[in-house]
Design a protein around this ligand. Sequence first.
Ligand code: FAD
Ligand code: PHB
Length: 394
Amino acid sequence: MPVTRTQVGIVGAGPAGLMLGHLLHLRGIDSVIVENRSREHVIDRVRAGVLEQGTVDLMTAAGVAQRLHREGMRHGGIGIAFGGNRHRIALAELTAGRAITIYGQNEVVKDLIDARLETGRPVYFEVDRVGVHDLTTAQPKLRFHHGGDAHEVTCDVVAGCDGFHGICRTAIPATHLRVYERDYPFGWLGVLASAPPTSDELVYSLHDRGFALFSMRSPSITRLYLQCAPDENAEDWSDDRIWAELTARLSTSDGWAPAVGPILQKGVTGMRSFVAEPMRYGRLFLAGDAAHIVPPTGAKGLNLAMADVYRLAEAIAEHSTSVREDALDAYSDRGLRRTWRAQRFSWWMTSMLHRSESDNAFDRRRQLAELDYLVGSRAAMTSLAENYVGVPFD
Ligand code: FAD
Ligand code: PHB
């Protein structure tokens, strides 16, 4: 079995793993990235679309934002619809000019893979039997099979960037991990449609029939979501049924409605809040979905992953030059502070905008009162805006 050495072994080539590899490269730190899916699969997965200002700033500083600046759509506001009316929250005006940018996660991943390949540093796709070993020693190891051959990589640090279903978090003994969790009694049916966006900005809507979200990917592609049952089969939703439901839940009294067009892709995502503490075990550091999951209503998942790897790259760089442990020691606590802030916000957006079967008439009126207060109070809108655009990475 070939035994090689690197400074950082990275499990997972999602946004967290790829960005970490790139940030380390910029500091002259070597890494090996292993990913169990194919390159095409990783690029084709349609997921998040909202980049916080901090994510855009990080990608720009890292030199991987050329296409993002050309094709991304900068939005200075979002719409909130309820009771048949649409209200605007002026994100940029309320946050001294901070904004969000719409750019698909798959585009981010494509750009980061291109950047990785250009560096010539290793990234292995379609690996299997990935394992992390000797985590509490100074030489943790990554083992995997690629193209039928077994590999072992000796590292200084292992980064678990392998998402919620990965192997890194589960390699930590249960006695060293505390897990906080909440499942929601609904999911999202996500739809990609060949239809020009009829609004320049996103619209989050609460309707008696449940939540709906209007988003986009380009001047000709709309991205839409509908609240549904968590175990719903997307195939039970015909195109006609999807459009009838989206039109009913999103249309507002000013005559606005999404444009109807061919549906290119559809899928159901469950919703959960999840945090594993601490984000470290010995020389294994968890980043992104491997450590925490938020329901997508606050558009925070991808952005939290980027904030994690920004901090982790800084800590590894400090450790590699000074051999000091302080920054590595601080990684988890600093990350958890940001994570809990995003957890609270994502939970709040989710409960404000979804209908639950356990809600009674009081809950429904309280929910409308919350929305009414939100769109009528500059203080409430500012609170939403500063969380939605995201606090600067620290
Ligand atoms: P991931 O993107 O999950 O990347 C982890 C990578 O590790 C994957 O490529 C995986 O194949 C790989 N991997 C897993 N196990 C192994 C292994 N054993 N060995 C090697 N590699 C492994 N967020 C939003 O903000 N808005 C959304 O609309 C939204 N929609 C989502 C829809 C779905 C179906 C999912 C799952 C997530 C969604 N998210 C959304 C969340 C957002 O996409 C994630 O927060 C983001 O992908 C986190 O990036 P990551 O790199 O931490 O994890
Ligand atoms: C998306 O465009 O995919 C999107 C936008 C906002 C969210 C979640 C997903 O809150």
